[in-house]
Design a protein around this ligand. Sequence first.
Ligand SMILES: NC(=O)c1ccc[n+]([C@@H]2O[C@H](COP(=O)([O-])OP(=O)(O)OC[C@H]3O[C@@H](n4cnc5c(N)ncnc54)[C@H](OP(=O)(O)O)[C@@H]3O)[C@@H](O)[C@H]2O)c1
Length: 288
Amino acid sequence: MSKLLLFAATGRVGSALGKRLVADGHEVHGVTRGGAGIKKLTEAGITPITGDIRNPSAFANSITGFDAVFLASADAPDQDRQEMAVIDLLAAQDAPHVVKLSAQSAGLPPPVSFGVQHRASEEHLASRLKSHTILRPVFFQQSILLMKDDIARKSSITVPMGTGQSAMVNIHDIAAVAACCLTDRAHSGKTYTLTGPEPVGFADVVAALSDLLGKKVKYTSPPAPIARIVMPFATGMPRWQTNQIVDLMVAIRRGAQQQVTADVETVTGTPPRNIQSFFEDHVADFTA
Ligand SMILES: NC(=O)c1ccc[n+]([C@@H]2O[C@H](COP(=O)([O-])OP(=O)(O)OC[C@H]3O[C@@H](n4cnc5c(N)ncnc54)[C@H](OP(=O)(O)O)[C@@H]3O)[C@@H](O)[C@H]2O)c1
């Protein structure tokens, strides 16, 4: 059994990953800024490490002695520099294997949106640590849950994705791949692009939601320049973040996430979950 460290352990991917690793009998430690995160990790059988990734040297002593490390972080204007500082601390140790959660947009020629910083972080990782694996997921199926209030209140979804499609991937498949990569160094040096089994557009999403909820759910796609102006007010997100989202949506409109890969099944031996199974798993979330 391995001794494993998870960054962003309370996040969507980190939570699913931690649960899986604990169930498999591994010793799992997870980083959180504290508060509710400590309770959440403890209840999941994970040893909490309190720390802020913006200042990793403050908890450097707590992140040594692991067999492998899951490096994930929240999107931020300096996400690449945050991760590079962690990579430098890990590189000073006895070479743990590092699995980095990146994004498919980091692999585009050229990288776009959140992928620009992920690519810089990936390159730093490759230059500092020989034993590493990079995971580049496309749009998470679970990101549709972020729209559930609009779906409940207005029966509508507004996303600037036009008729673009993404082979949306389920976080549980990302977690399954990450678990394999953390516990088997045969995946060292590999970069996996993680997708679901088919491209999905928001016209498909509202059709599925309309069936599921028994009411018509509408899809509106504003032009990118309008979305850039409106999104910070409509979502409450900072402008740097909404601009990144619009950049990603523009790339998806041009076909950037249409391609399906076999990587989830190649690594885990199980085909990726489709969007229908995501909706079936989340009926209660959309009907609450
Ligand atoms: N959303 C998508 O469709 C998508 C697609 C591809 C790639 N990605 C990538 O996935 C990553 C996000 O993963 P996720 O969705 O699983 O995370 P998430 O659900 O957004 O959760 C964020 C995590 O980061 C932690 N965190 C936030 N600020 C922190 C800080 N200053 N110091 C330490 N920890 C901090 C939080 O922990 P505490 O709150 O407990 O401190 C939490 O565990 C991003 O890098 C994104 O680019 C996302």
